[in-house]
Design a protein around this ligand. Structure first.
Ligand SMILES: [Zn+2]
Length: 288
């Protein structure tokens, strides 16, 4: 076992700035972001596809995982017939800027949880799924995407386990959750279920859900979430795609990879000095 993630203390940021104009890694648009003066994860909106900074950060991680660094934008990634035909993608989303790209894939499933629809049924083209008890078969997806979802799931460890189960070995879950910098060491449960009742440990906080209704925030994630992910079996890390270009910007996202089954390395071919010098074939024999 590697040392636990909590033994590493993240640094305290002094600035939180990004470039006011740039290149969008979803659609390829170039220009000045809307809300460029604010370096927040939901600001810096692309004039081409409306993706905010957090979605662009997430797209950068998706390109690294699914495109293995070959493509600069999602627009370019989906031009690849091979990627479109062979990558199985599941996104936990009713809306969002990734749908128009991944809906071109042969295997793209997205889901939302409606209380009155049976789990596994499709409603308006979207699967009804509870991410703590997915109806998908194991080893089904190369990529799972969730954007600011996990903080709204009471039993997030169960969700992380379920997503591990449905990922193919070598596949990854690329997820965003709101990160407060400096990143706290410990994950805080804002609300807990005690005997079936919600008990608020902190002032209730709500975000707007995909269908526009308020959704309760159960958890503020900290650095120690990596310990849980490691325990489940993931190779997981916080990633900051902005870091290289905008060292002063401190949003982060999580990449959780299901390891490939450990394969035995091929034995190295034994080449002895004698064998290496031995002439082979008629040509070299004739030469000698
Ligand atoms: Zn864009």
């Amino acid at each position: 076992m590697k040392p636990l993630a909590t033994t590493v203390r993240p640094e305290r940021p002094e600035t939180n700035v990004v470039a006011p104009s740039d290149f969008c890694c979803l659609c390829g648009w170039k220009g000045t972001w809307k809300g460029a003066e604010e370096a927040r994860r939901d600001s810096q909106v692309c004039g081409g596809c409306s993706a905010s900074l957090r979605y662009r950060n997430q797209a950068a991680a998706i390109l690294a995982q699914l495109g293995r660094g070959r493509y600069a934008t999602l627009r370019d990634l989906v031009k690849s017939e091979h990627v479109r035909a062979n990558s199985r993608v599941y996104e936990v989303a009713l809306h969002g800027p990734f749908i128009k790209y991944f809906s071109k894939f042969a295997h793209y499933t997205r889901s939302y949880l409606w209380p009155n629809v049976r789990l596994g049924d499709t409603h308006k083209g979207v699967a009804c799924q509870d991410i703590t008890q997915l109806t998908f078969e194991s080893d089904s997806f190369d990529l799972v995407i969730s954007s600011d979802v996990l903080e709204h799931v009471e039993d997030y460890p169960a969700a992380m386990r379920e997503i591990f189960r449905v990922l193919r070995p070598g596949g990854a879950h690329v997820l965003s959750v709101p990160i407060v910098w400096p990143m706290p060491e410990k994950t805080i449960r804002r609300v807990e279920l005690v005997d079936g009742e919600l008990v608020h440990r902190l002032e209730p906080r709500f975000h707007k859900a995909g269908d526009g209704t308020p959704s309760l925030v159960y958890t503020d994630f900290g650095f120690d979430i990596l310990d849980l992910l490691q325990e489940i079996g993931y190779d997981a890390w916080y990633e900051r795609p902005s870091l290289m270009r905008w060292p002063g910007y401190f949003d982060a996202l999580l990449v959780c990879r299901k390891p490939r089954a450990a394969a035995q390395p091929r034995p190295a071919q034994k080449i002895t000095a004698k064998a290496a010098n031995k002439p082979s074939g008629k040509k070299s024999k004739a030469k000698n």
